[in-house]
Design a binder for this molecule. Structure first.
Ligand SMILES: [Zn+2]
Length: 86
């Protein structure tokens, strides 16, 4: 039997915005782009609609009108558009 897998995107906040909107409730924040990234931390908004990264203090706000890898400002998805599996 296959194990259930969850995929989630990674976002960076290279521009240092205070708030960003994302279309995923579960994701990883890496802070700035490598090599200046902070430890890649898994964040889960759970029942809420926002979460603050403990490393870079970015406030991520869920926006249901966005796709799971989209962000406002756009282009914060890290790397090649691939989703990470866990
Ligand atoms: Zn962060």
């Amino acid at each position: 039997m296959a194990e259930a897998q969850t995929t989630f995107p990674k976002f960076h906040n290279e521009a240092g915005k205070k708030n960003v909107r994302v279309g995923a409730k579960e994701f990883e924040c890496i802070g700035a782009l490598p090599p200046h990234d902070h430890p890649h931390v898994y964040l889960d908004m759970g029942e809420g609609v926002q979460i603050i990264c403990p490393y870079c203090s970015t406030a991520f706000v869920f926006d249901e009108t966005l796709g799971p890898t989209d962000s406002v400002p756009p282009g914060l998805l890290y790397a090649d558009g691939k989703l990470t599996e866990r």
